[in-house]
Design a protein around this ligand. Structure first.
Ligand code: GTP
Ligand code: MG
Length: 197
């Protein structure tokens, strides 16, 4: 599946624009600049499929990618981009919240966390929203190429412990580097698992 055809479907700015809920979807959520678009590209082995950037706030629409007609990947705008004093999830628009909490074909949300920084208060807020809405999510650490292996282990444990009190969180935390293509097969296998389950 992951070597098949991946195509950009559409960028959506309001609920009315959402594609029909007729195919399973996996969404990539997380703070601005955490590496959502990069992970999507790395998983599909397609540089430039989703646009990435050094500047936080690159992805501004909810972008849908069709994967060989089998499922979709959904690249979300980031939250927590500290514009002035508002570094809150309320900057995460209603559209994203409505999408995440009201989408019957959403198979899993991958909530990305920078392995260098760990969970930030805005991540906790995002998790609280997902917990409340009972939307299942799995934490994926990103950019592990930027820290030592011992740092990755530390982070995996730290985040894993924090998830114990999070009802909608998948207990297993994944570690990835889109740059070095590490941990991608594990994410892919989670997706296949969810598709078949
Ligand atoms: P927004 O769309 O702005 O919310 O950001 P995003 O989460 O989609 O991040 P994006 O994929 O655009 O990546 C942000 C920056 O991080 C880019 O400069 C990427 O090259 C870099 N980056 C992403 N993944 C990795 C990684 O695994 N390792 C390293 N070293 N850099 C990465
Ligand atoms: Mg992006």
């Amino acid at each position: 599946v992951f070597t098949g055809e991946a195509t950009f479907m559409k960028g959506v700015v309001d609920i009315a624009g959402l594609p029909p809920a007729d195919l399973g979807e996996f969404a990539f959520a997380g703070r601005s600049n955490v590496g959502k678009s990069s992970l999507l590209n790395a998983l599909m082995n397609r540089r430039g499929l989703a646009r990435t950037s050094n500047t936080p706030g690159r992805t501004q629409e909810v972008n849908f990618f069709d994967i060989g007609g089998r499922f979709r990947l959904v690249d979300l705008p980031g939250y927590g981009y500290a514009r002035a004093s508002r570094s809150k999830v309320d900057a995460w628009t209603d559209l994203i919240f409505d999408y995440l909490t009201g989408r019957p074909n959403l198979l899993r949300v991958f909530l990305l966390v920078d392995s260098r920084h760990g969970l930030k208060p805005v991540d906790e807020e995002a998790m609280a929203l997902l917990d409340e809405a009972a939307v299942s999510y799995q934490i994926v650490l990103t950019k592990t190429d930027k820290i030592k292996e011992t740092g990755v282990t530390f982070r995996l444990n730290e985040v894993g412990e924090a998830l114990a009190k999070r009802p909608a969180a998948h207990p297993e935390v994944l570690a990835t580097s889109s740059e070095k293509k590490h941990g991608l097969d594990t994410v892919r296998s989670k997706m296949l698992e969810a598709l078949e389950g």
